[in-house]
Design a protein around this ligand. Structure first.
Ligand code: HEM
Length: 405
């Protein structure tokens, strides 16, 4: 991906892995804010890079639909994603509202409290182990306990099952990364195969909940109705997968990139340790800084003009949370990690109709992580090479070796 407008290719994953994307987005925001991306992989999509354009698209549900799925080029059978109209995140109104009514209670404030209690215990254990061992890989030994605790409470899984499922969602989101999968062959078929592995996992869990219902998301999906009709087994699987991928691959990666930001900005790390009360602004800055879910995809529902560009019905549009969150028009000195930044109206959870339904859970998980680091006065330092996930969709760190100072 070169810097000249028109030659930028946002599908070039290597640029993200090498950390070149902040400069590319700064260039696009300044010179080509609504960028027509022609990918080397044959893809063609619009990329919105300024905050106000991204927010406009999030808020214009009548113009931009979600049925093409989350990932550019992710659907392999047709233009429409196979999950369209079945999985919450790939469903438009009015069906989206009905599906959300079923799923939302599984992530209510009372569930978020239970998640917090569970994650607290798991984190205490993981951090104590890290100290005892004189260090470890924060990405695999600590951060994964955030989604593990959430899955245990939201889906009623055991700790072991939760980690097994995290391994599967990690492979799916890491479908271009040789750490997780054998690369080579057709990427879209590989993605479909990895999705099938997750469905297989849920086959047994769903059968168990049918026999023995609980108060978890899976039981809610089995009993919920849309237009008076129960969800099909496929719809149940898709929504389990939505919550699993949505929850597993975001909060733990944000915890890692958030810690990395503190390690890269020792003055801000000092500030947190000396003033633990700033924990909540630190969490929001980690979310903004990381923008773990780098973009979301929409499909144009009817022709519309903006910024001198005409979006035609059927075209793909990507809303770059990462770039919006660094937009100098909204965030003063946006390329600086500022632990006390306020206000901080980041778009890391999206906005509008599809705004992250798991945000209260994620907020609880990340707050605990930051609170514990601050309360324990835990000063960590890098103890090896950092490895970034090979993705332009989820910006994560797959290996973060650290040791206590
Ligand atoms: C740092 C953590 C997280 C980030 C950055 C994040 C990001 C996002 C974003 C950007 C969207 C909007 C998608 C769109 O507009 O197309 C979204 C939706 C969603 N997220 Fe999250 N998420 C996080 C945590 C979670 C957690 C913990 C869960 C579940 C336990 C979850 C489940 C979902 C679901 C089910 C949706 C679909 C909502 C809908 O379509 O109405 N997320 N998330």
């Amino acid at each position: 991906m070169t810097r000249g407008a028109g030659t930028v290719d946002l599908t070039d994953v290597d640029v993200f892995v090498a950390g070149g994307h902040p400069a590319v987005f700064a260039h696009l925001r300044a010179h080509d804010p609504i960028h027509l991306n022609r990918g080397a992989d044959g893809s063609r999509f619009w990329a919105l890079t300024r905050y106000e354009d991204v927010l406009w698209a999030y808020s214009s549900h009548e113009l931009f639909g979600s049925t093409r799925g989350a990932i550019v080029g992710g659907s392999f059978r047709s233009e429409e994603d196979t999950s369209a109209g079945k999985m919450l995140v790939s469903t438009d109104l009015p069906r989206h509202r009905m599906l959300k009514q079923i799923i939302h209670p599984a992530m209510s404030t009372s569930v978020a409290k239970r998640v917090a209690a569970r994650v607290s215990v798991l984190l205490d254990d993981a951090l104590a182990r890290l100290r005892r061992n004189g260090g470890g890989d924060f990405a695999t030994e600590v951060a994964t306990e955030l989604p593990a605790g959430a899955l245990m409470e939201i889906m009623g899984l055991s700790h072991e099952e939760a980690h097994h499922l995290i391994g599967l969602t990690r492979r799916m989101v890491g479908y271009r990364d040789e750490v997780f999968v054998e690369t080579g062959g057709d990427e879209r078929l590989r993605l479909a195969w990895l999705q099938a592995e997750i469905f297989e996992f849920f086959t047994d869990v769903v059968a168990a909940r049918r026999r023995d219902p609980g108060e978890d998301l899976i039981t809610m999906l089995l009993h919920g109705t849309v237009n008076g009709r129960k969800l099909t087994e496929e719809e149940v699987f898709y929504n389990c997968m939505n919550v699993a991928v949505g929850g597993n691959e975001t909060s733990s990666y944000t915890g890692c990139t958030g810690l990395l930001a503190l390690l890269d900005h020792p003055d801000q790390y000092d500030l947190l340790l000396s003033r633990p009360a700033i924990g909540s602004t630190v969490v929001d800055e980690m979310l903004r800084w990381s923008s773990t879910n780098a973009y979301v995809q929409r499909v144009v529902l009817r022709d519309v003009e903006r910024g001198g560009v005409t979006f035609r019905a059927g075209e793909s549009v990507t809303l770059w949370n990462y770039s919006a969150n660094r937009d100098e028009r909204v965030f003063a000195d946006g390329d600086r990690f500022d632990a006390t930044r306020s206000p901080n109206r980041h778009l890391s959870y999206g906005a509008g109709l599809h705004r992250c339904v798991g945000a209260p859970v994620a907020q609880a998980e990340l707050s605990l992580l930051v609170e514990k680091i601050a309360a324990q006065g835990l000063r960590l330092k890098l103890a090896g090479a950092v490895r970034r996930l090979r993705s332009n969709f989820i910006l994560g760190v797959t290996s973060l070796p650290v040791e206590p100072v």
